[in-house]
Structures are given as structure tokens and as C-alpha cells.
Design a protein around this ligand. Structure first.
Ligand code: ADQ
Length: 475
């Protein structure tokens, strides 16, 4: 099948979070399954600076109201996949993808509506003739609507799949702020009180809706877990499916990882302690092998559980542990973490930055990985942790529940520690349970590490499920 991905992030090119991991791994896995896969994405500044790409089409022009948008399409051959870039500097030649250092760009609704329209025009001009256009998150959520209402006939045999990676980001914008959409003959049906909710529009118009774990798909059908989209999603329940993300074991393999000072595998975990020393050194913590290290790598947002992690940091420091957090995001969380780091310099380090190298060091060097998320559509770092023999401590939500197994329910098949209530007390008691296990049952702890390292959540399995889903649409 001819599959075109419309997506905003692809690892190796641009990344702000887990969307990029999927933007790389899933197209490659689908390609490996024999599909003809290409990608359409914005030509962001970081990409333009890295690659000087030739234009693959004459200048393209879109009209909306009295506005004329002249844009270019550029092409990169990447890992045997062609990426088509929409080059419109006024919208994409900016330092951030969605925001400057402090706040979201005011014209994000316009930027990504234009992107969807331009992506469709490029597909047509390039004669890509897709069987399926696979869209991801709110940035590309207007595309199924534009495709369905397109009058050219070009897309009559094209179907759309819309994957929700994070339903908390919905792209809610005033129609008045989106000149690109104001003219659209069918747009009024999507306007409520003057606003458009792009994620809702994607849910309404895509032929199939997927999300990134079976459990999050269930949560999306509940009032509590749907981020207010409950009614819409229940209405499309028949077309909603949860497909678990995978782990890219080529990139996240402790036996070959070039970021590590020493490589290790499930047969020989001894070199992991050199990774621990390297992590402690980089974090500026005392290099003590006997002290358990907890690590965390994430966007600093409410989603990741800081609401109940911050209140227990002082209590945690009463234990003989070290904690390393790597992240960027909410300035107030940054301030709090900096404060704790100054207060507990021998136990707590906060590395405020986006660094793949540090992420790999934490995954390899820590004994435990913390992911106490408030909600978590799938989560990738818990899978990376499992692959590195770093025991995940997670909350039983979304994909975390699908991928980490606690001794209380799984006995000797357990791979991590899981708590349920979104409270400081529940998190603290789960961490204490994990620490007790580490100190009192070193052999069982080692067996748990090995079990995690042998667990497999592959992208090929995910790609097979997506293939089956695409098939149902083509038939
Ligand atoms: N400071 C930093 N330095 C280096 N690397 C950093 C970093 N902060 C984050 N990362 C990296 O970004 C990725 C984060 O992925 P996650 O899936 O955990 O979360 P995210 O919430 O961004 O993704 C959303 O989309 C994904 C993909 O579907 C879902 O798994 C998830 O639940 C959903 O919230 C990981 O590769 C991580 O290592």
C-alpha cells in the first residue's frame, strides 16, 4: 500500500518528545513490512540549517480568502524513505517548533492548518496517490477534514487514519485567527462559539482513529480519561483502536549504545555499574555504587506527575538514594527542581536541557526509572528502561499499565513497580516498596532486571497491526 505520513516531528530531524520517536520508527517498520511509505512534514528552521535541499516541484500556490500562499516543496531521501518538506519560512523558519522559549506561538492554528492544506496539495502535485494518509496529533488533525471535503476527486480512493499521541493537546483556536480556514465552505460545522477544536475535527473526519496503547484507548472512552472528548470518541468507538507503540531496539540497545561508557546485556550486567558511575559524575553526585539511583527524563509538565512528585522530594531525600532528573519545560517546575538540587546537592541533580546523550546515560546508569504520570497515552521511556535493566516505577495509567508488571499482580513475572492513586502518598509508598525490594532481595532484583531486558515490545508488531487496519480501509 502507498502510505503517506503527515507528521510534525521525526527523530534525527526534529524532536520535542515521543511523537518524534514514532515519526521515525513506525514509517521504517511499515517500510520493512513492504509498504511504500513517505512522509510529509514542515521544513523547520533546524532542518533547513542542517540540510540544503533542492526543490522537488515548481513553486506551489494556495489561495485562501484574499491571501495567497506561495510555498516550496523540498525532498530528502532518508533511510530509504522520501520525506517531502513544506517550505514556508513565514510559518516554519522559527527557533521553536510550537513555541519560543516561554510561550506557544499565537498563530499555531493558522500554521498547522496551512500545513495540512499544503501537504494535500503537495501529495497531488507529486502524484503520490496515497491509499492511506496517516495523520498524527492536532498538528495534522485538520487534514482528514480537508481531504474529505476536497472537490478535486484526486483523493476519492484515499483513506485517512488519525493517531492520537496525546489528547491533552487539542489545537483549540479562534476561527478568526485562521485566515487559511475562514474561507472553507464546510468549516462552519466545525466552529463552536467561534472556536475550532482541531483534535475533535480529526476524530470526526478520519476514517479510523488510533491511539498509542490499548489501555489509553479505553481511558479515552471515559469521562475522566478523555480530556473532555468523551462524547465524540464514544460516538466513534467502532473506529477507535489502541495499538501499542514499540521500542526501537536498534537505537535503545545497551549492548551497542555508543553513548555509554561501557556496554552490557542480559547475560552480563556488571558493566552497568560503570554507566552508573558516569551518570553520577555527569550529574555531579557522589560516585557511590551502593546507593540506588532513580532517574527521570521527560518534558516538565503536569502530565508527568510533578504535582505529586514535588511534594515528596524532601521525604525521598531522607532515604539513602540519589535522584537525577533530565528535562525541559514548565518554568515553575524548573525553579522548584533547581531549588531542591541546591538544597540536596549530594542526592539530587536536575539537568535542565534536552539531551539525547543524557537520556541514554540515565536509562543505562540508573537503577530505577520514575514515570509517575498523571496520564500517559503510551510512554516510551519505561520500555527503554526495561531494555536497559533499569526498573520502572510507574503509575497504572495508559500504556504504562500495558507494559509494566508489578510483583503484587505478577509475582515472579514482574518487571517493575506500579501504583494507582495520583497522590504523593501512593507514589512515596511505591518507591519505598521498590527500595525495599532492591535492598532485601538482590537476587530477585537482578532477575527482574533480566526479565525486563528480555521483554520485547517491537515496532514490527505495531506495524503489523497498523497494516491490518489499513487493509480494512482499502477493502
Ligand atoms: N530533556 C530530554 N532530553 C532528551 N530526551 C528527552 C527529554 N525529554 C524527553 N525526551 C525524550 O522524548 C521522548 C518522550 O517520549 P514519551 O513517550 O515518554 O513522552 P511524550 O509525552 O513526549 O509523548 C507522547 O507521545 C508518545 C508517542 O506516542 C507517547 O508514548 C506518550 O505517552 C505521549 O505523551 C523519549 O524518547 C525521551 O527520551
Amino acid at each position: 500500500m502507498k502510505i503517506v505520513f503527515a507528521i510534525s516531528e521525526v527523530e534525527e530531524l526534529v524532536k520535542t518528545g515521543g511523537l518524534a520517536d514514532v515519526g521515525k520508527a513506525l514509517p521504517l517498520a511499515l517500510k520493512a513490512s513492504g509498504h511504500d511509505v513517505s512522509i510529509v512534514m514542515p521544513y523547520y528552521k533546524a532542518i533547513a540549517e542542517e540540510y540544503k535541499l533542492a526543490e522537488s516541484l515548481p513553486q506551489q500556490t494556495l489561495f485562501a480568502e484574499s491571501q495567497v500562499y506561495h510555498f516550496k516543496v523540498r525532498q530528502l531521501s532518508w533511510n530509504d524513505i522520501t520525506i517531502h518538506f513544506i517550505d514556508y519560512p513565514e510559518y516554519f523558519d522559527r527557533d521553536g517548533l510550537y513555541s519560543n522559549a516561554y510561550e506557544a506561538y499565537q498563530d499555531n492554528g493558522e500554521r498547522f492548518s496551512f500545513f495540512c492544506g499544503a501537504a494535500l496539495m503537495a501529495m497531488q502535485s507529486l502524484a503520490l496517490n496515497p491509499d492511506v494518509v496517516h495523520c498524527h496529533d492536532w498538528h495534522t488533525a485538520m487534514l482528514p477534514f480537508m481531504l474529505r471535503t476536497d472537490k478535486s476527486g484526486y483523493f476519492d480512493n484515499t483513506r485517512t487514519v488519525f493517531t492520537i499521541h496525546n489528547a491533552a493537546f487539542q489545537g483549540v483556536n479562534k476561527l478568526d485567527d485562521i485566515p487559511f480556514l475562514r474561507h472553507h465552505p464546510s468549516i462552519l460545522s466545525q466552529v463552536h462559539g467561534g472556536y475550532i477544536n482541531m483534535l475533535q475535527t480529526g476524530i470526526e473526519f478520519a476514517d479510523k482513529i488510533t491511539t498509542v496503547s490499548p489501555n489509553y484507548a479505553q481511558e479515552l472512552l471515559t469521562n475522566l480519561g478523555s480530556h473532555g472528548l468523551h462524547d465524540r470518541l464514544v460516538g466513534r468507538q467502532q473506529d477507535l483502536v489502541g495499538i501499542l507503540n514499540g521500542c526501537d531496539y536498534g537505537q535503545w540497545n545497551p549492548a551497542t549504545d555508543t553513548y555509554l561508557p561501557a556496554n552490557f546485556d542480559a547475560e552480563n550486567l556488571t558493566p552497568k555499574s560503570r554507566c552508573k558511575t558516569a551518570l553520577q559524575k555527569v550529574a555531579g553526585l557522589p560516585e557511590k555504587d551502593e546507593v540506588p539511583v532513580l532517574g527521570m527524563v521527560c518534558r516538565l509538565t503536569e502530565q508527568k506527575g510533578f504535582g505529586y512528585l514535588l511534594p515528596i522530594l524532601n521525604d525521598l531525600m531522607d532515604h539513602n538514594i540519589q535522584l537525577v532528573i533530565v528535562g525541559t519545560g514548565d518554568p515553575s517546575v524548573c525553579m522548584d527542581l533547581n531549588e531542591y538540587a541546591h538544597k540536596h546537592p549530594d542526592q539530587f541533580a536536575f539537568i535542565n536541557g534536552f539531551s539525547t546523550e543524557h537520556a541514554h546515560l540515565v536509562e543505562s546508569g540508573a537503577d530505577f526509572f520514575l514515570m509517575p504520570s498523571q496520564f500517559e497515552p503510551c510512554g516510551l521511556n519505561q520500555m527503554y528502561s526495561l531494555a536497559y535493566g533499569t526498573i520502572p516505577i510507574v503509575r497504572a495509567v495508559g500504556g504504562l499499565k500495558d507494559t509494566v508488571y508489578d510483583p503484587l499482580n505478577y509475582g515472579e513475572n514482574a518487571t517493575g513497580f506500579v501504583f494507582t492513586e495520583p497522590t504523593p502518598e501512593a507514589l512515596l509508598s511505591c518507591i519505598r516498596r521498590a527500595l525495599l525490594f532492591y535492598y532485601e532481595h538482590p537476587e530477585r532484583f537482578r532477575a527482574m532486571q533480566v526479565r525486563g531486558m528480555q521483554t520485547r515490545f517491537t515496532w514490527q508488531t505495531a506495524a503489523d497491526e497498523y497494516s491490518k487496519l489499513y487493509q480494512t480501509l482499502i477493502r
